[in-house]
Design a protein around this ligand. Sequence first.
Ligand code: ITT
Length: 195
Amino acid sequence: MKLIFATNNQHKVDEIRALLTDSIHVITLKEAGIEIDIPEPYDSMEENASVKSKTIYKMTGTPCFSEDTGLEVTALQGEPGVKSARYAGENRSFDANIEKLLSNLADKPDKTARFRTVISVIINDHETAFEGICTGRIIDTRRGDNGFGYDPVFIPDGSNKTFAEMSLAEKARYSHRARATAKLVAFLNKLETNH
Ligand code: ITT
């Protein structure tokens, strides 16, 4: 099965490709020759994931999926959440976003947080969504050079390493994205066996 992954984030592509079975071929927007910055205008990850996959499905008619992810911090009432990519401003700087997060959390004793991923997949005009959640906590200094986004300051429950101190395979043992992707893979494999 061939699917377009409607994202401009290469880190997401690398993480998801590492989790797919051989029968699922993921093509990036770049590989499909599509250059587009899809607006994410909504207040929920569900709606933003949906608009991304619908936009590409309308353009191509090819099965496709997208995902929207946010970091939801308890003491910040779920922020940055849907605003995770642009928390510190429109230039989408990972570093500035972490700086703002640490500063907003500095005087808060509760450091718990979770990542939430919503995947939207469209096949034969039919949309389905999957969610993946990873709970953990934010630490006050960066650790590690791997990954992207908020990885240097997030430790998932069950580990004492930040995501940025983990390999792709280690991160996948805990991550929101891996959990949502496992549901996508099960869904796609079931579709294949029913055909
Ligand atoms: P798309 O093209 O797929 O929309 P994006 O980077 O804009 O790529 P999102 O809108 O889902 O993706 O933004 C989510 C932001 O949350 C992202 O820019 C990172 O800052 C952060 N993020 C997402 N997944 C993460 C992860 O696994 N670890 C750390 N930070 C993550």
